[in-house]
Design a protein around this ligand. Structure first.
Ligand code: URA
Length: 186
């Protein structure tokens, strides 16, 4: 589907969420790449990082791609893979919010810097990844940020961190991951 918008260097092809609408698990990446944008139909996480996600990391959480829902904070491909802008994320926010309202996930897994900050605010991924967070805006949802699967493509140290994060997801699904204590001092 082609969507009219005012942004430069951003594809007009909507890459919608994929996976079962009634899945308990919603994985949220950054923005689609060229392969996701060009696919017929367009689909999130089907390029190189998507293959790592499906074949390497999801199995570490004992999950399969067909049972999880997958989307992005920005559902359009930024040309040359530039970072999404705050204005773009805000402008298209309704796509993600509508999807969360419709799919009612129990677990949201933001993958990477942009998605983690979208759900948890001004935080550092290094201090938050692999832990179970809560946010008043999404009552009864466990939020477990991970490093982005693409970050492991060329860096084996990061690969180990992503693997750790997906093993933490498994523990959370089994009810064995303690919640991160909420800071009482705003
Ligand atoms: N593909 C996606 O759909 N999202 C990402 O963040 C990266 C690759």
């Amino acid at each position: 589907m082609q969507i009219d918008h005012p942004f430069d260097g951003l594809s007009h092809t909507l890459v919608p969420a994929s996976g079962p609408i009634n899945s308990k698990y919603l994985f949220v990446g950054e923005s689609p790449g060229f392969e996701e944008d060009q696919a017929v139909p367009p689909r999130p996480f089907i390029g190189k990082s998507g293959q790592e996600f499906d074949r390497l990391y999801l199995p570490m959480a004992l999950l399969r791609r067909r049972e999880v829902r997958v989307t992005n904070v920005l559902p359009f491909h930024p040309i040359n893979n530039r970072n999404p802008t705050v204005d773009e994320i805000k402008f298209f926010n309704h796509f993600l919010q509508d999807d969360i309202a419709a799919s009612k996930p129990e677990f949201i897994i933001p993958m990477g810097y942009f998605a983690t900050r979208y759900f948890l605010g001004d935080v550092d991924l290094g201090n938050t990844h692999g832990m179970l967070h809560r946010n008043k805006r999404y009552p009864n949802v466990a939020i477990i940020p991970t490093y982005h699967p693409a970050a492991g493509l060329h860096n084996t140290d990061t690969q180990a961190l992503i693997a750790y994060d997906f093993q933490q997801i498994r523990l959370a699904l089994e009810g064995k991951l303690p919640e991160r204590p909420v800071d009482q001092f705003p």
